[in-house]
Design a protein around this ligand. Sequence first.
Ligand code: PGA
Length: 250
Amino acid sequence: MRKKIVAGNWKMNKTITEAMELAVHLTEYQNEFPKDTEVILAPPALYLGSLELMEHLNVQLAGQNCSEKDSGAYTGEISAGMLKAMNVQYCLVGHSERRQYFGETDEIIKNKVDACLRNEITPIFCCGEVLAEREASTHFVCVLKQLQGALWHLSSEQVKSVVIAYEPVWAIGTGVTATTTQAQEMHAFIRLSLGNHFGDDVAESISILYGGSVSPLNSAELFAQNDVDGGLVGGASLKAKDFAAIIQST
Ligand code: PGA
């Protein structure tokens, strides 16, 4: 059985006071969360310690990014080992905003996946095509290249510790969601590709999340697809009620 996961990516939003308020608000809903769904929050890294100390918040924490290095003179960076030492279990790697605005290449992302695994952090590896690639019907080629670049060097045992998030870039923060057909066919393609490379048993065990304008209005339908194992939620995770409704729809 694959793990169902809903992860909230807060990006660079909220002051510490607002962040704590949001977390408290979320605890009011958590009794209604399905027991077999893993709920993850990826706040700005500065707030991870405060959220970790919040007594009644039953979620796992994720970094939004980490360094590919383990330690040293890399001003401004945060290592996977530092995240681990703060009880953080997950880290987003290769989010399209990191690729687009911070020049992250497949090689850098591969190194970050390795840094996470070295430090027993589960990478949530993000992939997805831009609109031009979708329009040119090269989206499968694009996603396969991203998977190959960052994951194909791993052993079957290692890749089982990776979560994948398919996030079509044209759907992120735009209010335009992939149709259930578009999401399912890409998720099935990702699983098929994983199966061809690592074996079907491995592919069957890996959770593949959908991301891109997930909302309480579309989450149930998306999560009902065979190969969609949950969601990576941006904007809607900033409102406790909406995020809770999305979790409840798994
Ligand atoms: P969105 O962001 O839900 O606001 O589209 C998703 C993401 O970037 O992970």
